[in-house]
Design a protein around this ligand. Sequence first.
Ligand code: 2P0
Length: 327
Amino acid sequence: MKATARASANIALAKYWGKRGCPGNYPAVPSLSVTLTQLTTQTTVEFIDRLPRDEFVLNNVLRSDRARDRVGHLLDEVRARMLRPLYARVTSTNTFPTASGLASSASGFAALSAAATKAAELSWSNERISDLARRASASAARSIYGGYVLLRAGPEFGTKDELSATPVFSATHLPLVVFVCVVTDREKEIGSTAAMLRTQEMSPYYHSWIEHAERTCRQIQAAIEQRDLEHLAELVESNTLAMHASALSVGILYATEVSARIVEVVRRLRACGTMAFFTMDAGPHVKVFVRPEDATKVCLELERVEGVLRVTKAAISDVSIRWESDL
Ligand code: 2P0
């Protein structure tokens, strides 16, 4: 009753920001992401006889806080399907630093969902594992698959239906290099779950954001299909700026002056004919997408920006979940 799985982080080109009112963690908007090479979480789940409660060790630290409770809730869903439910020891390691500019909840809950269902000897499909991951953290549903991955919005009214992500294009359909520009080592002050809830409760722009997100996600998928990088660049930037504007309207400012400087560099590169575009998540770090042939030149420019601490390079991976036998 033990299994190990590894899952990759992802970055959304069309953002998930906002939840449906019904229980079950259904997103209010569709989102579309790319799965990244190298930046992974590896998780081992072992269901153990007579363990008095779930244990969660993250990056060699035993956790007894909200992180452990979130892991426990996901395990409860798995236990509900086990003939003999047991508590589990969960050991998880990120292959990227916690302050690397990438949230680890997507790869973390994806690896946990894969490892937990296998350890419980449930032969679940990827769709069902993706649905399980989504209930814990919606972006984790996308990290079950490689390439370009779509997660639809949840139904508007109460439901218990499955909602899983779907791979829509392979990495080779439109290969891009991603630079994660890390601008601070400080933990963010407000996490994405709390921030998106505050946005949906209080922002005067929330309904505009929902409309914009639905439209731009559709257009982003079409631009990827047509390999239309110019249009894709405009749409991805518009989508992330609208998400940040909705958060800003309730007093949440994630971008810093360093983020703004990176955005300026990306705009200058594009104005001078180098295809580059940016996106930002619930933090000040900026992710920059470029063609593989422009990667070296763009990396030098990004590393030179005042205040940038590190630039991590990744590509799009066609695989996300790897099992112990493949590691
Ligand atoms: C995304 N983010 O699409 C967006 C963009 C942050 C900004 O998905 O509440 O940790 O656990 O479902 O998945 C981060 O949100 O939120 C996120 P919950 P999650 O990548």
